[in-house]
Structures are given as structure tokens and as C-alpha cells.
Design a binder for this molecule. Structure first.
Ligand SMILES: Cc1cc2nc3c(=O)[nH]c(=O)nc-3n(C[C@H](O)[C@H](O)[C@H](O)COP(=O)(O)OP(=O)(O)OC[C@H]3O[C@@H](n4cnc5c(N)ncnc54)[C@H](O)[C@@H]3O)c2cc1C
Length: 527
């Protein structure tokens, strides 16, 4: 996909979608496939907000059963099944271990929760149902757990993804279907005529040009930033609460499975998740009332996660010096008084603060496709158009490889190794590129030096930087090295690597030497 701010001049649009996280992406795709004329604008980069700061799980949300949010869990489990079909390269099954014992959670309670989880999932799921394992077997297989307190464990299945990359692919799908999709395009204010929103004033982040973009309907999918964009008079109607979630990035786990653990201090659930050969530990859940642009990992967040992790997995021996990276994001939840952040419902709601304006509140990466279909259906009704079944229900994402997936994966991994990618990079590349892997292979065939890793500590090759700039609308190093590939989360990027990446991107985007140096310096300064 190519960035072209001037295409926004082709107004009026049927739908202007503000915010290019996962909700904006699916909304733009669904609406475009249904024949609407759609513009999607993102002030920063695709997935730059919450959609690159999640736990990266495509899951039903086992812990929501505690709050009896059965509808949400059922919907999410159905979406889990659907997303594996629509994007098997991006969404992969992951086995979880749920340990039990004194100080962990009781066996009967967990067993009934997992049974309900399996029942709600129904047939045809990409992961097996739950399974009980004995104390001895669990202690032998996961010796780093607090085995002194262990009485047994369960395994169950869910799925994992790369949230920012998934978002990028959905935006690409919308763009290919005909949507105007522009990053670095910030909505400065919504345009209001009478009591009706009629579009937005959008600033081009690259030229500073301002443009009034007219639209019959505007959808505010700006996550935690959305409330501040609602015109003052209607802002009181928005009922949202924001909580911060932090993850730590640690080295590899000695075992393949993810862990669902219960924090000793407050009984909250947190996860230990293998991801790109490293491990994510998270998350926290604390109320946040500040500026969403300033959300940051604080020492107290690190302390909480490390303390709980060390209590549950003392054998890992992880301490502060083991932290490779960290990130923080904000959940937008429905407002609720008198309950702790983790007890707030994760159900999703669609608000209409003014005529001409729709705004989702809450949601999940997992459920975004289904929720976006509802946004578009409501939009079609408001526009007086016929609705019907969402086209995104059945349509594979554009990078989805040919079936059968497992055979394709094995062939493509072998082909990648054959072209000089190291084994770990070759393992991940098919998941990241799907059918576009052919483009990566073509680049590497022409210039074998592009098969080398960009940085030794992360499984991404130099050709991926070229494709990020050429075909994935990466406009700066942060776009390429944080969201098209999460290199900055997994590795410390040094000056030589930044300079190399700037040269690779510069070749695509026409940056001269001075601009390359400036981009590298800016990136290193923001790290
Ligand atoms: C810590 C944490 C863990 C989570 N884990 C999971 C999980 O494992 N699985 C799961 O299913 N869900 C998870 N979630 C929930 C999920 O991440 C969110 O529901 C989802 O990412 C929200 O997407 P969004 O598109 O609504 O918002 P965002 O991703 O925040 O997108 C909003 C976009 O709007 C843009 N924007 C803001 N202002 C403007 C403007 N003026 N003009 C143009 N654009 C603008 C922003 O730059 C941003 O890109 C988690 C959430 C958190 C916080």
C-alpha cells in the first residue's frame, strides 16, 4: 500500500474513519467491501496506539468467566476460530499451562471454568480443549514453577498474534479494496454543522497542509484519544474509563507453552507468553487519568510484574537485569464506579454522541472484526443503505497463503532457509508475510545481503525493512522497526543498525544521505 494524502481531496466520503488501530482498520475494510466510499486517517502510524501494546492474544478471555461475561467470551472464541481461518499465517495456536496449588487457584474451580470455556468455544476450534496434568508431571515439565506449592496443572489452548502486524494487514486489505488510507494524517477537529458532524479537518503530518474532509458519517475509532475529539457539547455523553497495562519483554522461556498465572498479592490473572523467541510478561491493570500520549512504564509496574513472576516462577531466576524491553498501553473501558480496573466489564458498546458520528467504546483485538461489522451495519442504516451479512466473515485477509497451511508453511520455511535466512528468521518470515513472502524471496534472490539479520538479537532480515517502506507504508524508522517488525521490543537498536535501516528505507523513499542521518538520529533520540 502507498501513502497518498491527496486522495483525501476526493471528498465527500460516505465514511470517514478516524484512527488506524485494529477497530479503524476492520471498520474501513468492512465498509469498503460493502461498497461505501471510505477514508481512513491515522495521526501517527497503523497500530501506533493500543493495537501495538496488547498481550497479542487472540483469545476468548478465560478470566472473563470470573465476571460471568459469557457473551463476550463466546463472541471472542467464535472470532478466534474465524481469524485462524482468515489469517492462518498471523494467528497461531498456543498452548497455555494453568498451574494449581495452595496460593494458586483451586482445582475444581479451574476445571469448571475450563469446561465452560471449551463448551462456549464449540466445535471446529484451532486448539484442543483443556487437559489435566498431575503434580509430578507438571513439576517435571516446568521445573521453574514454585513446585513446593504446586498440586497439579491444566493445559488449554488459545492463540497468539503480532497485533501491529495484523492491524497493518487489515489496513492493507482495506486499501486494496479501494479505501483511501493515510497515516501521518491527524484529525485536528471534527467539522460540525448545526448539530451534525460532517467530517473533519485533517492535517498532513508530512507537509503540514490542512484539509477539510467531508463525510456523510464519521466513525471515531481513536481509542483512548477519541473522547478528546468529541465536540465539547457532546463530550459529557461519552462514558469511558481508561486503564494502563504494562508488559515486560524477557529472554526465552525454557519451555514452549504460555503460562496463565494468578498474582499472589491481588489474585489478578497475568500471562507469560512466548513471542518471537522471547517472552512477554503482563499485564498490569491500573486506572489512568492522564494524557494518553504520556502513558509510560513506571518503576511500580516493573516491580509488580517482577515480584509476581518471581513468586510463581522462582526457577527462572529472572530479575530486573533480565528485562530486555517493556511497553505500556491504555485500555478504553466502559465507565463503572466502585469496581477495581480488572473487574470492569470488557464488553463493547457503540455510542452516537452526535448525529453523523459513531464511536465505539471498549473492545478487544480479538473481537474487533465482529464489532466493526456492527459499526458498519449501524452506519449503513443511518445512511439509508441496505445492510446484510458482513463480507469480512468469510473473506481471507489478502496475505493469507494457499491451503493447506501446514504444508505451505513447511515449504516456505525451507525455501527461506535455502535463500540464506537463518533458521529463526526463516521460521517467522512466513507468519509475518504470508503469500507476500514471494516478494521477500525475490529481494533476497537479487541481493543476498538482504537475507542477513538487521540486528543479531531479533529474527528479522534486512529485506523486511525494504518491504516495510516499499509496500507497507512505513514512513519512518519507528514504523518499520517497532510496528512492521517489533525489533525495538526484542533488541536494543544501536547507531550502526539505525543507520543501516535508514539507508534501506531511504533507498525506497528517496532519502538522501543527510535525511538518512537525520532519520536515524531522530529514531535513536526517541528510543
Ligand atoms: C495492556 C493491554 C493488553 C491487551 N491485550 C489484549 C489481548 O491480548 N487480546 C485482545 O483481544 N485484546 C487485548 N487488548 C485490547 C486491545 O488491544 C484493544 O481493544 C484494541 O487494540 C483497541 O484498538 P482501537 O483501534 O480501538 O484503539 P487504538 O489501537 O488505540 O487505535 C486508535 C488510533 O487512533 C489514532 N488517533 C488518535 N488520535 C487521532 C487523531 N486525532 N487523528 C487520527 N488518528 C488518531 C491513534 O494514533 C491510534 O493509532 C489489550 C489492551 C491493553 C491495553
Amino acid at each position: 500500500m502507498k501513502r497518498d494524502f491527496d486522495r483525501l481531496r476526493d471528498a465527500p466520503f460516505d465514511l470517514l474513519v478516524v484512527g488506524g488501530g485494529i477497530y479503524g482498520a476492520w471498520t474501513a475494510l468492512d465498509a469498503t467491501l460493502r461498497g461505501l466510499k471510505v477514508a481512513l486517517v491515522e495521526r501517527d502510524d497503523w497500530g501506533a496506539g493500543t493495537s501495538s501494546a496488547s498481550s497479542k492474544l487472540i483469545h476468548g478471555g478465560l478470566r472473563y468467566l470470573r465476571g460471568f461475561q459469557l457473551g463476550l467470551v463466546r463472541k471472542s472464541l467464535a472470532e478466534r476460530r474465524r481469524l485462524v481461518t482468515l489469517a492462518p499465517h498471523q494467528v497461531r495456536p498456543l498452548r497455555f499451562l494453568y498451574p494449581m496449588g495452595s496460593g494458586f487457584t483451586g482445582r475444581r474451580y479451574v476445571a469448571s471454568g475450563l469446561t465452560v470455556y471449551d463448551l462456549l468455544a464449540g466445535r471446529g476450534q484451532p486448539v484442543p480443549g483443556h487437559h489435566r496434568i498431575s503434580r509430578v508431571a507438571a513439576a517435571a515439565a516446568y521445573p521453574y514453577l514454585d513446585t513446593g506449592h504446586l498440586t497439579g496443572a491444566f493445559t488449554y489452548g488459545d492463540c497468539a498474534t503480532d497485533d501491529a502486524r495484523l492491524t497493518c494487514e487489515v489496513v492493507d486489505a482495506a486499501w486494496r479494496a479501494g479505501a483511501v488510507a493515510v497515516n501521518r494524517a491527524r484529525v485536528e477537529e471534527l467539522l460540525v454543522t448545526g448539530d451534525r458532524v460532517v467530517g473533519a479537518r485533517v492535517k498532513d503530518g508530512e507537509s503540514d497542509v490542512d484539509l477539510e474532509v467531508e463525510a456523510r458519517l464519521t466513525v471515531l475509532t481513536a481509542g483512548p484519544w477519541a473522547e478528546s475529539l468529541v465536540p465539547e457539547a457532546a463530550r459529557g455523553q461519552v462514558r469511558a474509563r481508561y486503564t494502563k497495562g504494562v508488559h515486560l519483554v524477557m529472554g526465552p522461556l525454557p519451555t514452549d507453552d504460555a503460562l496463565l498465572l494468578v498474582a499472589r498479592s491481588d489474585g489478578r490473572v497475568f500471562f507469560v507468553i512466548p513471542w518471537y523467541g522471547r517472552t512477554l510478561v503482563g499485564t498490569t491493570d491500573t486506572d489512568y487519568r492522564g494524557d494518553p500520549d504520556r502513558v509510560a512504564v513506571e518503576p511500580a509496574d516493573i516491580d509488580y510484574l517482577l515480584t509476581e513472576l518471581r513468586a510463581r516462577c522462582p526457577g527462572l531466576g529472572w530479575d530486573e537485569s533480565s528485562i530486555l524491553g517493556s511497553f505500556a498501553g491504555l485500555r478504553t473501558l466502559q465507565s463503572s464506579d466502585g469496581v477495581s480496573p480488572s473487574a470492569v466489564s470488557r464488553e463493547w458498546r457503540l455510542e452516537r454522541p452526535l448525529d453523523g458520528l459513531l464511536m465505539p467504546v471498549g473492545g478487544k483485538l480479538t473481537a474487533a472484526r465482529a464489532d466493526a461489522a456492527k459499526i458498519v451495519r449501524r452506519g449503513l442504516r443511518l445512511l439509508g443503505r441496505p445492510d446484510g451479512v458482513s463480507p469480512t466473515r468469510q473473506r481471507p485477509l489478502p496475505w493469507a497463503p494457499p491451503a493447506p497451511f501446514d504444508r505451505w508453511l513447511a515449504e516456505q520455511t525451507a525455501a527461506s532457509t535455502g535463500l540464506g535466512l537463518d533458521a529463526e528468521t526463516a521460521h517467522w518470515a512466513p507468519h509475518r508475510f504470508g503469500s507476500r513472502l514471494a516478494d521477500l524471496h525475490a529481494l533476497v534472490r537479487d541481493d543476498p545481503k538482504l537475507a542477513r539479520r538487521l540486528t543479531p538479537a531479533a529474527p528479522f532480515c534486512r529485506a523486511e525493512v525494504v518491504l516495510a517502506a516499499r509496500d507497507e507504508m512505513a514512513r519512518g524508522l519507528e514504523d518499520a522497526l517497532r510496528r512492521r517488525m517489533p525489533a525495538t521490543l526484542l533488541a536494543k537498536i544501536d547507531a550502526a543498525t539505525a543507520a543501516d535501516a535508514a539507508a534501506l528505507m531511504g533507498g525506497e523513499l528517496g532519502w538522501g544521505r543527510e535525511r538518512q542521518a537525520a532519520e536515524a538520529a531522530r529514531f535513536l533520540g526517541s528510543e
